[in-house]
Ligand binder design. Structure first.
Ligand SMILES: O=c1ccn([C@@H]2O[C@H](COP(=O)(O)OP(=O)(O)O[C@H]3O[C@H](CO)[C@@H](O)[C@H](O)[C@H]3O)[C@@H](O)[C@H]2O)c(=O)[nH]1
Length: 449
């Protein structure tokens, strides 16, 4: 996947206003001035390192060609329900195509000045947009003036997490027919969250992880590329690094996953890199460290739950008797694993920025972390402070595939996206999750809703 290419300036840099007119932003990143020089033939089967990547053969944005491909792809059965499951009026095809051609929605023009190269709204397919990070990102995209279609099979996602302003297409990203239905919306970008996310489970059913995270991404890509989608952001993971060679981890550090989950995402990244190299698709992979926290409307809710913070809060809420600590003999300050917790709202903000930044660059890989290593014991201590509950602990065996310590350098995200994690205080993060957890319990929301 792409590193920051030398000689290319990002669309957005810290301190720059995010709503500059297209021409200004395009010329800043060098795209408006001249067509890129020719691309050299690829000499080997492995993608060249990004720093050595040859420039492209032709301008990537041949809008008339892309428009013709989009017209060809748009069609079939409109399937359009809102988050509450009600049928929405079907947009007729000429309007969809017209929207795609202009890249924006006339009604929304007034709120799009800061969006998408200045002045045009993106129409974004958010796969897995009924899940934890996906739904918060869908809401953030809408808040930023973009339009969102969520594609989710609701096997692990929650219908009520889907923002009211988003369309919802229910189905599997691996099914081309379903993706085509979603594309009836006339979309021009995709943020891909759908997949399997548990490192521990991936060591028990690795084939499921490769099928969902690698195979599913490829099948989705085939349809999106055929439909002329321009920008693609992959939800990737810190698990691609495995045991780090140094801390904090930088994007150019070795990627040697210690679990099948990380390996399945790394393969997806590699495939994306190739596709982006050979097709007119701009791609970003965002490698999250440990997503955590909640917004007032959306939080972490898996079935079964395996993640540390929600499990600890279930103990505080009286739903569990104790928390098992997986390994107390790691070479860390207190013997428990250290992770870099990053608030879900900060992650969502990074996705919006990454989509917008792809207007000025072709490929991008960024770590997203909160910037501090926190041990399992420290998380439990924070939960005790926040909830006032003693939270009993049981020491358990190490969980297979768990690296001892993962802490991100998010310098590149700062530099390229102008991104900064705003939620840094661990107690405040845990408190946001606790507030949401109690709220959902009082609302009677269960894991299966
Ligand atoms: O009951 C539990 C659950 C977890 N842990 C530990 O807590 C830490 C965090 O575990 P968890 O919350 O399950 O997250 P990770 O396994 O670190 O994986 C998360 O963080 C990754 C990036 O680091 C993401 O890619 C994954 O999607 C996400 O599940 C690990 O050391 C676990 O061993 C326990 O000790 N007891």
């Amino acid at each position: 996947m792409a590193r920051c290419r030398p000689g290319r300036r990002p669309t957005e840099r810290p301190g720059e206003p995010r709503g500059e007119p297209r021409a200004v932003r395009a010329s800043r990143c060098g795209r408006a001035a001249a067509a890129p020089p020719p691309r050299r033939a690829r000499p080997s089967t492995a993608p060249p390192p990004f720093a050595a990547r040859a420039p492209r053969l032709a301008p990537r944005h041949d809008r008339s060609t892309r428009f013709r491909r989009l017209v060809a792809a748009v069609g079939g059965k409109p399937h359009d329900v809102n988050a509450r499951g009600r049928a929405r009026p079907t947009r007729d095809r000429p309007a969809s195509v017209e929207f795609a051609r202009r890249g924006g929605n006339r009604e929304n023009r007034h709120r799009t000045e800061r969006c998408f190269d200045g002045g045009v709204t993106m129409r974004v397919l958010v796969t897995g947009g009924a899940g934890y990070i996906g739904s918060v990102t869908a809401a953030a995209l809408i808040d930023a003036g973009h339009e969102v279609t969520v594609l989710d099979d609701l096997s692990r996602g929650h219908r009520e997490f889907v923002p009211d302003a988003a369309s919802l297409v229910i189905g599997d990203v691996s099914d081309p027919g379903t993706v085509h239905r979603a594309l009836d919306e006339g979309l021009n970008a995709c943020v891909h969250f759908a997949g399997r996310i548990e490192a521990g489970e991936s060591m028990r059913v690795p084939e499921t992880y490769f099928a969902a995270n690698t195979g599913g991404t490829l099948r989705l890509l085939e349809v999106l590329v055929g439909a002329g989608i321009e920008r693609f952001v992959l939800s990737s993971t810190a698990a691609v690094y495995g045991d780090p060679v140094r801390l904090p981890i930088r994007e150019d550090d070795p990627t040697e996953p210690t679990n099948a989950y990380g390996a399945s995402k790394l393969l997806a990244e590699r495939a994306l890199e190739w596709v982006s190299e050979l097709r007119p698709l701009r791609v970003a992979a965002l490698r999250y460290f440990n997503a955590c926290g909640a917004t007032p409307d959306r939080g972490e809710l898996h079935d079964p739950e395996t993640h540390l913070i929600p499990l600890v809060l279930e103990v505080a809420a009286g739903q569990r008797d104790e928390i098992a600590v997986f390994g107390t003999d790691y070479p860390t300050r207190d013997g428990t694993c250290v992770r870099d917790y990053v608030h879900v709202a900060d992650l969502a903000d990074a996705h919006v920025r990454a989509l917008e930044a792809l207007g000025g660059r072709e490929q991008l890989v960024c770590n997203l972390g909160g910037g501090a290593g926190v041990s399992v014991h420290e998380v439990i201590e924070a939960a005790r402070r926040v909830t006032g509950h003693p939270i009993p602990v049981r020491t358990a065996e190490r969980r297979p595939g768990d690296p001892a310590e993962l802490v991100a350098s998010s310098d590149r995200a700062r530099e390229v996206l102008g991104w900064e994690p705003h939620h840094r205080d661990l107690d405040a993060i845990v408190a946001s999750a606790w507030d949401w957890h109690r709220h959902r319990l009082s609302d009677g929301m269960t894991d299966s809703t």
